[in-house]
Design a protein around this ligand. Structure first.
Ligand code: XUL
Ligand code: CO
Length: 444
């Protein structure tokens, strides 16, 4: 992608367009593995990976934490009128996206435009900024991967949004999501995400859980109905997270979300947007969540980040672990890719990494880690040794008895007769976990 930026207003004047230079380069502002046009399994890397930048972390993150003030040095943030600042920030965002060659971005409504004094004023602000985003999209070819609404920051959402005990808050949230879907549609967004925000509870004594979950289902049906009405054909996603900010989030993990979707007749409209740090907070590996969703046809998109096993909250760090990215890409390839979803870096630079250049190092590292994971996963699939070992482990299910059980032609009675005649099941074979793990290491 050529840099078409508005050169006189560059926010990152010292940072060049980041290019693929290969593994032997010494330039840390270059890609070693992400070569967008390189073909893997018959398609260019850019189509497999579909990277997106999160507007909230990268352009709105301040570095503040519960113990300290903002630390981020962002020379383009001059303060002043919030709407004017929001408009000039869009140019910064697109300069950043262009210099990295990232083709997608994602946002919450309130990331891109400020909250007004009334709903109507907030809507007007969003329209004004969206027109500017549209102009940059048309200028650069960069696209919106998905939009969403922030239904958790404002004090009105103290008890949740769709699951609030206050019906007028539900109504306000509905109006906000209606507008966010309209905006996503106007920007040609490929998807729309529901993440629980504060949809959950802290104390069951003051919570009518059934009523709240029913309301969440009603809310999602209204969104689906409205999307049909206005011809928004983007994919809806539900993003699981077990806790934080509430103690019990209703969208705990893929199993809970998929059950919710099926129980409420939403399964044909909504897929999963799976985030690594949320998976680990739920006590799962990311690969487990991807496999669980993928095997049932619910794998939609991913929020790429990582947590820290020594820190028990959603640290949203940039992913650099190539074992992790290999697991992720292996499973994504297995289920035929993510499109129209993608890999959204829902990740923030550390509070201590406060200079603008750190934003580049963070994304370059994440993109290279995923490109490398993709190459390793493709090599594993081409070689097929892991798959062959896996099939061997289940060989008895390809033998006559296993086939008959799988096809449904056996019963408890017929199986009892079979085992009474044999007296004992065939001996089990070793699971060979260490062999699998050693084999995996041969690809790195
Ligand atoms: C919060 C989180 C959100 C969603 C979008 O943990 O991941 O940013 O991705 O609302
Ligand atoms: Co997320």
């Amino acid at each position: 992608m050529a840099f078409t930026g508005e050169a006189t207003k560059q926010a990152f004047p010292d940072i060049p367009v980041i290019r693929y230079e290969g593994p032997s380069t010494t330039n840390m502002l270059a890609f070693r593995h992400y070569d967008p046009d390189a073909i893997v399994e018959g398609r260019p890397m850019r189509e497999h990976l579909r990277f997106a930048v999160s507007y909230w972390h990268t352009f709105r993150g301040t570095g503040s934490d519960p113990f300290g003030a903002p630390t981020m040095v962002r020379p383009w943030e001059q303060g002043g009128d919030p709407l004017a600042a929001a408009i000039s920030r869009t140019a910064v965002a697109f300069e950043f996206l262009e210099k990295l060659g990232i083709e997608y971005y994602c946002f919450h409504d309130r990331d891109v435009a400020p909250e007004g004094a009334t709903l109507a004023e907030s809507n007007n602000y969003l329209d004004t900024v969206a027109a500017e985003l549209k102009r940059h999209q048309d200028r650069t070819g960069i696209k919106l991967l998905w939009g969403t609404a922030n239904l958790f920051s404002h004090p009105r959402y103290v008890h949740g949004a769709a699951t609030s005990c206050n019906a007028e808050v539900f109504a306000y949230a509905a109006a906000q999501v209606k507008k966010a879907i309209e905006t996503t549609r106007a920007l040609g967004g490929a998807g729309y995400v529901f993440w629980g925000g504060r949809e959950g509870y802290q104390c069951l004594w003051n919570t009518d859980m059934k009523r709240e979950i029913d309301h969440l289902a009603r809310f999602m049906h209204m969104a689906v109905d409205y999307a049909k009405e206005i011809g928004f054909s983007g994919q809806f996603y539900f993003e699981p997270k077990p806790r934080e900010p509430t103690k019990h989030q209703y969208d705990y993990d893929c199993a809970a979300c998929i059950n919710f979707l099926r129980a409420n007749g939403l399964e044909q409209y909504v897929k999963m947007n799976i985030e690594t740090n949320h998976a680990t907070l739920a006590g799962h590996e990311m690969q487990h969540e991807l496999e669980y969703a993928g095997m049932q046809g619910f794998l939609g998109s991913i929020d790429a980040n990582t947590g820290d096993t020594l820190v028990g909250w959603d640290t949203d760090q940039f992913p650099t672990n190539i074992y992790l990215t290999t697991q992720i890409m292996y499973t994504i390839l297995k289920y035929g890719g993510l499109a129209p979803g993608g890999i959204n870096f829902d990740a923030k630079v550390r509070r201590e990494s406060f200079e603008p250049v750190d934003l580049f190092h963070a994304h370059i590292g994440g993109m290279d880690a995923f490109a490398r994971g993709l190459k390793i996963a493709a090599a594993m699939r081409a070689d097929g040794s892991i798959q062959r070992l896996l099939e061997e482990r289940y060989a008895s299910w390809s033998a006559p008895l296993g086939k008959r059980i799988e096809s449904g032609s056996e019963t408890f009675r017929s199986l009892e007769a079979e085992m009474l005649a044999k007296g004992e099941a065939a001996a089990c074979r070793s699971g060979r976990q260490e062999l699998f793990e050693n084999l995996l290491n041969t690809y790195f």
